[in-house]
Design a protein around this ligand. Structure first.
Ligand code: GL4
Length: 804
C-alpha cells in the first residue's frame, strides 16, 4: 500500500490518543505497540473485508490447513513488511525520536507451537497469502503457549507462557456469527426416522460452544488477506446450570488452556483427544456451512473445499466429516465417502513411532461415541474392499484403523484421504519403503513428497536487515520480490569487495548476539571467534550430546597440550533448546551443557579459546537474533530420524555453513550447494539401517577400543564436570549400558574430523566467504512460497486470486 511518513504519523498519533489515551512523549513501549498494531489493523481491514466478499462471489476453492500448532512468533514486522510499509514506519519512528526495536520487542511471541511442525504451519499461512492462494488455517486459541524456559542452577524450569498478558492478542477478531456447538461424551443409539434413515440419538452428551477468533494473514505486497482461525471454548448459556463449581468450569476451559509441550508423545490422553476433536469438529462444521452458502450441493463440495490434516492431531477429520454429512445432512454413505476422500489430505512429519497417534478404543468410544461408530464402519468397509481386491490378509491386518485395542489415527488419515506426503525427499522415501510401506503397496498413487520451506522474508528482510542491504548493494533489490534472483549472487562469491561486505554484515550480527549473550548470561564472547550454533528442540535423536562430546574432547586437548591453542581460532558453542517437561533424558542434557559451560567459561588456563553458552527460552524471536549471527549450523541428527528440519534452511540463507549428517533436508541442501560448500559426516541412512537389520552395534566395543571416546565418556561420571552426578550417570548409562540408541559413538570420529575440516575452512577467509556466499545464493530453493505452490497445485487444486 502507498503511505507517506506524514500520513502514517498522523494515523498513528490519532490511534494512540483514541485507543490508549496517551501521547508520544508519555506512552510506554507496550502502549506504542498496541497503538501501532491497531493502526496497522486499520490499514488491512478494508482489504480483508473486500477479499472475503470476493471469495464468495467468485466461488473460489479454499484449502483449510488443520493444525494443532501454529507458531508465528511476532506478527508486527511481518505485517508491516507485507503491507509494504516497514521502511516508512521505521523512518517515522526515527523522526518521532521513538525506538522501533523497543516497541517491536513489546510484542509477545505467539507461541502456539512446539517447534518445526508449528513453525511450518505458520510459514504456510504467510506463503499462502503471498502466493495468492485461498488457504485458511484452523487451530486452537491456547491461553498458554509453549512454556517459558528459565535456567536455574543449570536446570530447566518451566513457567507458564501467558502470552495474552495485559495486552491480549491485538491481531485477532472474535467472530460471533460463526459460533458452533461441539458434542462430546454421552451415549448414542440409532433410531429409524420416518424417512427410513437411521439417525443417532444422543443422551447425556456434553455440549460445548466453539467460538472462533480470526487472525488475518497478509500476503507480501499483493493486497491479499487470508485467515487463521483459532477456536476457543465456552459453555452454552442454556447449559450454565450444569457448571456450578469453578472446578467444573476449569475442566471445560482446559480444552483451550495449554498447548501440549511435547510433539513426540500422545500424552495427557483424554484432554488431548478432546482438544483435537474440538478444533476439528468446529472447523468442519463452519466449512460446510460456508460452502452451502454458495448454493451448490454437498456432492460437489470437493470442488470448493480441501481440508489438510497436518500430522495426526486432526486425523479424526475424515470420520467427523462423514458424521456431519451422513447424520446432519442426510447424505448416503457412499456419496459422503466419495467426497470425503477427495477433500482430505495428510502430511506425515516424523517416522518416530511414538508420534503416530493411536487411542485406546475404550477411551475413544467414551469421549466420541458416535465418531467411534463411524470409524468402525469405515474400518469394516476398508477391510471388505481390500479382501475383494486380493490384498494379503496380513497387510490388511496391519493397515486397518482399529486393531489391537487401538484406533490408529494415521491409518484413518491415509484411508480417508487422497494424498499422503512426507516433508523431505529422504523422509518420503522412508515412508514408502518402511514406516507406511503397507499403505504404499495398497495405494502408491496417494504418496508424494513436499520438501519443507521457510518464509525467506522473515529470515532475511526482518531478521537480517543489514544482510538484506548487502544483497541489494550487490545484485539489486529484485530478489525481495523474486527470491530466485538471489542466485545472481553466485557471480560474486569470489569477489573480494563483496566478500568483505558480507563478512562485515556477519560481524555486525555477531556483535548484536554477543551483547545479548553478555546481558543474559554474563559470558563475554569475542566476535573473532567462530559462532557454532545448535538451536532446536532437545531430543536424543537430534544428538546435542554429540556436540557436547566434541566440546569435551576439545577442552581436554587444550588442557593437556596448551600448544594446540596456538593455531586455534577461538570457538563459541551456542545452544538453545527446550526439553519437553516430562523428558528426563533431555533435561539432563541441558543440565550437563550448563555445567560444562560453567566449567569451561571459568577456566582461565584455556585462555578463552572455547566458550559455551546456553541461551534460555529459545523461540522464534530469539531465533531471529541468533541465526543471522551463526558461522556454523549444526544439523547432526542420526540419519533417517529428522524428517526434514527447517532451521537448517534459515542458517543457510543467512550465510552459515552447515555441518551435517545426511538426514532430512540436509541432503537437499548439499545437492544445492555442492559438496565443497557444506561439511558432511557420519553414517548415512543405509549404514544406520544396516545396524538395525544386523543388530551388530556395540557402543561398549567402541568405548573399550577408542581411548579418546573412553576418556570423553568418562568425564560424565568421573567428576571432571562438577554437579552432574545423577545426570552424568544417566547419560553414561544411555550411551554405554543401553547401547547408545542414536549411535553417537560410531559417528564421533567422523564428527571430530568434520570439525577439523570446517575449522580449517574458516581459517582461510577467502574459502569461507566463498562457502558462505554460495549458501546464501542457493538458498532460494527452500522458500516456503514454492513449497506451497506445490501443495496448492498438486494436492489441493487451488486457483490463484485474480488481480483486477
Ligand atoms: C517435525 C520434524 O521433526 C522436523 O524435522 C520437520 O522439519 C517438522 C516440519 O515438517 O516436523 N515433526 C514433528 S512431530 N515435529 C517436527 O518439528
Amino acid at each position: 500500500m502507498k503511505l507517506t511518513t506524514k500520513q502514517f504519523i498522523s494515523d498513528f498519533e490519532q490511534t494512540l490518543h483514541r485507543e490508549e489515551m496517551t501521547t508520544f512523549d508519555t506512552a510506554t513501549n507496550s502502549e506504542l505497540f498496541v497503538a501501532l498494531a491497531k493502526t496497522v489493523r486499520g490499514y488491512y481491514t478494508p482489504q480483508w473485508i473486500e477479499r472475503n466478499k470476493e471469495l464468495t462471489q467468485n466461488k473460489e476453492k479454499i484449502a483449510y490447513y488443520f493444525s494443532i500448532e501454529f507458531l508465528p512468533g511476532r506478527m508486527l514486522e511481518t505485517n508491516l513488511l507485507n503491507l509494504g510499509i516497514l521502511d516508512t514506519v521505521k523512518k517515522a519512528f526515527s523522526k518521532l525520536g521513538l525506538n522501533f526495536e523497543d516497541v517491536k520487542n513489546a510484542e509477545h511471541d505467539m507461541a502456539l507451537g512446539n517447534g518445526g511442525l508449528g513453525r511450518l504451519a505458520a510459514a504456510f499461512m504467510d506463503s499462502l497469502a503471498t502466493t495468492d492462494y485461498p488457504g485458511f488455517g484452523n487451530g486452537l486459541r491456547y491461553k498458554y503457549g509453549l512454556f517459558k524456559q528459565r535456567i536455574i542452577n543449570g536446570y530447566q524450569v518451566e513457567l507458564p507462557d501467558s502470552w495474552f498478558g495485559s495486552i491480549g492478542n491485538v491481531w485477532e477478531t472474535r467472530k460471533d456469527h460463526d459460533i458452533v456447538n461441539v458434542r462430546l461424551f454421552g451415549d448414542v443409539y440409532l433410531e429409524k426416522a420416518e424417512d427410513g434413515h437411521l439417525r443417532p440419538v444422543y443422551r447425556n452428551a456434553q455440549v460445548l460452544r466453539a467460538v472462533p477468533y480470526d487472525v488475518p494473514q497478509l500476503g507480501y505486497n499483493n493486497g491479499n488477506v487470508n485467515n487463521l482461525r483459532l477456536w476457543d471454548v465456552e459453555i452454552p448459556e442454556e447449559d450454565e446450570l450444569n457448571y456450578r463449581s469453578l472446578a467444573d468450569l476449569r475442566r471445560v476451559q482446559d480444552i483451550t488452556a495449554i498447548l501440549y509441550p511435547d510433539d513426540s508423545t500422545d500424552d495427557g490422553k483424554k484432554l488431548r483427544l478432546m482438544q483435537e476433536y474440538f478444533m476439528t469438529s468446529a472447523g468442519l462444521q463452519t466449512i460446510i456451512k460456508t460452502y452451502l452458502k454458495l448454493g451448490m450441493p454437498l456432492e460437489r463440495i470437493h470442488e470448493k473445499v480441501a481440508v489438510h490434516i497436518n500430522d495426526t492431531h486432526p486425523a479424526v477429520a475424515p470420520a467427523e466429516f462423514m458424521r456431519l454429512l451422513v447424520d446432519d445432512y442426510d447424505m448416503e454413505w457412499e456419496d459422503a465417502w466419495n467426497v470425503t476422500v477427495k477433500v482430505m489430505s495428510y502430511t506425515n512429519h516424523t517416522i518416530l513411532s511414538e508420534a503416530l497417534e493411536k487411542w485406546n478404543e475404550g477411551l475413544f468410544r467414551y469421549v466420541l461415541p458416535r465418531v467411534y461408530q463411524i470409524i468402525q464402519e469405515i474400518d469394516r468397509r476398508f477391510v471388505e474392499e481390500q479382501v475383494a481386491q486380493g490384498t494379503p490378509s496380513e497387510v490388511i491386518e496391519r493397515t486397518r484403523i482399529i486393531k489391537d485395542g487401538n484406533v490408529h489415527m494415521a491409518h484413518l488419515a491415509i484411508i480417508g484421504g487422497h494424498s499422503v506426503n512426507g516433508v523431505a525427499k529422504l523422509h518420503t522415501e522412508l515412508l514408502k519403503a518402511d514406516t507406511l510401506h503397507d499403505f504404499y503397496t495398497i495405494s502408491p498413487e496417494k504418496f508424494n513428497n513436499k520438501t519443507n520451506g521457510i518464509v525467506h522474508r522473515r529470515w532475511t528482510q526482518i531478521a537480517a536487515p543489514e544482510l538484506s542491504a548487502a544483497i541489494d548493494k550487490t545484485i539489486g533489490k529484485g530478489w525481495r520480490s523474486d527470491i530466485h534472483k538471489l542466485r545472481a549472487l553466485d557471480e560474486y562469491v569470489d569477489d573480494k569487495a563483496v566478500q568483505e561486505r558480507f563478512a562485515e554484515v556477519k560481524t555486525d550480527a555477531k556483535k548484536r548476539l554477543a551483547r545479548y549473550i553478555y546481558d543474559t548470561t554474563g559470558v563475554q564472547v569475542s566476535t573473532d571467534a567462530i559462532f557454532d550454533v545448535q538451536v532446536k528442540r532437545l531430543h536424543a535423536y537430534k544428538r546435542q550430546l554429540l556436540n557436547v562430546m566434541y566440546i569435551i574432547k576439545l577442552y581436554l586437548e587444550l588442557k593437556d597440550n596448551p600448544q594446540v591453542a596456538k593455531n586455534m581460532t577461538p570457538h563459541v558453542f551456542i545452544f538453545g533448546a527446550k526439553a519437553a517437561p516430562g523428558y528426563h533424558f533431555a533435561k539432563s542434557v541441558i543440565k550437563i551443557i550448563n555445567e560444562l559451560a560453567n566449567l569451561i567459561n571459568n577456566d582461565e588456563s584455556i585462555h578463552d579459546k572455547i566458550k559455551v553458552v546456553f541461551l534460555e527460552n529459545y523461540r522464534v524471536s530469539l531465533a531471529e537474533l541468533i541465526i543471522p549471527a551463526a558461522d556454523i549450523s549444526e544439523q547432526i541428527s542420526l540419519a533417517s530420524k529428522e524428517a526434514s528440519g527447517t532451521s537448517n534452511m534459515k542458517f543457510m540463507m543467512t550465510g552459515a555453513v552447515t555441518l551435517a549428517t545426511l538426514d532430512g533436508a540436509n541432503i537437499e541442501i548439499k545437492d544445492e550447494v555442492g559438496d565443497d560448500n557444506i561439511v558432511i559426516f557420519g553414517m548415512d541412512k543405509d549404514a544406520v539401517y544396516s545396524h538395525y537389520d544386523k543388530h551388530d552395534y556395540s557402543s561398549r566395543t567402541l568405548y573399550d577400543s577408542d581411548p579418546t571416546i573412553h576418556r570423553v565418556i568418562d568425564t560424565f561420571v568421573d567428576g571432571t564436570i562438577p554437579n552432574i552426578q545423577a545426570e552424568g550417570n544417566e547419560i553414561y548409562n544411555a550411551l554405554i549400558t543401553y547401547n547408545d540408541e542414536y549411535f553417537l559413538l560410531e559417528d564421533f570420529e567422523s564428527y571430530v574430523k568434520a570439525h577439523e575440516r570446517i575449522a580449517a575452512a574458516y581459517a582461510d577467509q577467502k574459502t569461507w566467504m566463498h562457502m558462505s556466499l554460495t549458501n546464501i545464493a542457493r538458498s532460494a530453493r527452500f522458500t516456503s512460497d514454492d513449497t506451497i505452490e506445490q501443495y496448492a497445485q498438486e494436492i489441493w487444486g487451488l486457483t490463484k486470486r485474480k488481480h483486477e
